[in-house]
Design a protein around this ligand. Structure first.
Ligand code: NAP
Length: 341
């Protein structure tokens, strides 16, 4: 082993962001380790193709002992806490579990890192905060100073972690913890429980007349018998960027002399209806003929309009988004047309 190699420990390594971050850090010469949860299928998700290049620790954010073992044995220079119950809409039905993973989970991890910090090791932490913490925002666009008043249990749990990170950074411990307030970011690796991917998979299944379809959040085929996709409200506004670019911002935050919080966003906002228009028209279909609004998919309390102001990230980190909304959605549709045929 190269003793000069930097070491990064990633929770949520199997997810969308974890996989792009792993590729990025391996490219920079890091030694990378990550959590995989116990399962009978040995699920490695989006990092299956990298399995021989990663050190895996069996563990979970609700298991304090597994966190302690991973952190004390691997002794990372950088920790990226990306693991989460990450679908805001689902959190209304799973509030207690979401809080355990997204609020107490980070605290367990911070405390394990604190023990390393107190022993004299310099450990830097990235905490995955979220634009969902803004709720119905007090200002548009939102920046690092916009009041935080989340409208779902996911956002509330993330806010708990966000403030605990701040306390460890500003208090006497002076830990190096950055929170990335990331706005929605998508890619062909996005899980199907998120609206962008649900739409791009749905479009591919309709365009290719796929019979053996994946299941929706209700456990039914994603497309109805008459080739329609069931959606919640089409009005919410989101700021959508490309995940592969967003993980670079996470790394840049940890390369600064001082830890801080940063909004990572495109500064553009689009409705769910615009998402449908772009995705369906890319395959020559009229979205109005293929969408049914199902009230059970509507959130009890909406978030948004979300539109981030990434000026601080541009100024301090030199980070700027490149991929535009239409380009991103078309990339996802093309990927799903090839996957579901
Ligand atoms: P994702 O694709 O859904 O991945 C979530 C990851 O968390 C998976 O690797 C999952 O592992 C892991 N996980 C779930 N429960 C866990 C537990 N109990 N212990 C440890 N790991 C657990 O999400 P993502 O899009 O990559 O998001 C990464 C992080 O950024 C999350 O914290 C999310 O809340 C936050 N975030 C995302 C966005 C966005 O738009 N993508 C925006 C703002 C913030 P399994 O594979 O075992 O399920």
């Amino acid at each position: 082993m190269d003793l000069m190699k930097k070491k990064a420990f990633i929770t949520g390594i199997t997810g969308q962001d974890g996989s792009y971050l792993t590729e990025f850090l391996l490219g920079k010469g890091y030694e990378v380790a990550g959590f995989v949860r116990s399962s009978s299928t040995g699920h490695l998700g989006n990092v299956e193709h990298l399995k021989n290049e990663i050190n895996f620790f069996r563990g979970s954010l609700d298991d304090e002992r597994s966190i302690e073992v991973a952190v004390s044995e691997f002794k990372p220079d950088e920790i990226y806490n990306l693991g989460a119950e990450a679908a805001p809409a689902d959190s209304f039905k799973r509030g207690v579990y979401t809080s355990d993973i997204n609020a107490l989970g980070p605290l367990r991890l911070f405390e394990a890192a604190l023990r390393l910090h107190r022993s004299g090791m310099k450990v830097k932490i990235y905490q995955a905060s979220t634009s969902e913490m803004f709720g119905a925002p007090a200002q548009i666009p939102q920046n690092e100073k916009t009041p935080l008043l989340p409208n779902n249990p996911y956002g509330v749990a993330k806010l708990f972690a966000h403030h605990n990170a701040r306390i460890l950074r500003e208090g006497t411990e002076k830990m190096f913890i950055c929170c990335g307030i990331l706005f929605n970011h998508e890619s062909p690796r996005r899980g199907m429980q998120y609206v962008t991917r649900k739409v791009t998979v749905g479009v591919a299944c309709i365009a290719n007349r796929v019979k053996n379809q994946p299941l929706n959040e209700m456990g039914q085929s994603i497309i109805t018998n008459d080739w329609k996709l069931e959606m919640g409200s089409l009005d919410p506004k989101r700021d959508w960027g490309y995940a592969k670019e967003y993980v670079q911002a996470m790394w840049l935050m940890l390369q600064q002399d001082k830890s801080d919080d940063y909004v990572i966003a495109t500064g553009e906002t689009h409705t769910i209806q615009e998402l449908l228009e772009v995705a369906f028209s890319h395959v020559g279909l009229d979205w109005k003929k293929h969408i049914i609004v199902n009230p059970s998919f509507i959130r009890p309390l909406e978030t948004g309009p979300l539109c981030g102001n990434p000026t601080k990230a541009a100024k301090v980190l030199g980070w700027k988004p490149k991929t535009k909304f239409k380009e991103l959605i078309k990339m996802m549709v093309d990927s799903d047309l090839a996957k579901f045929s």
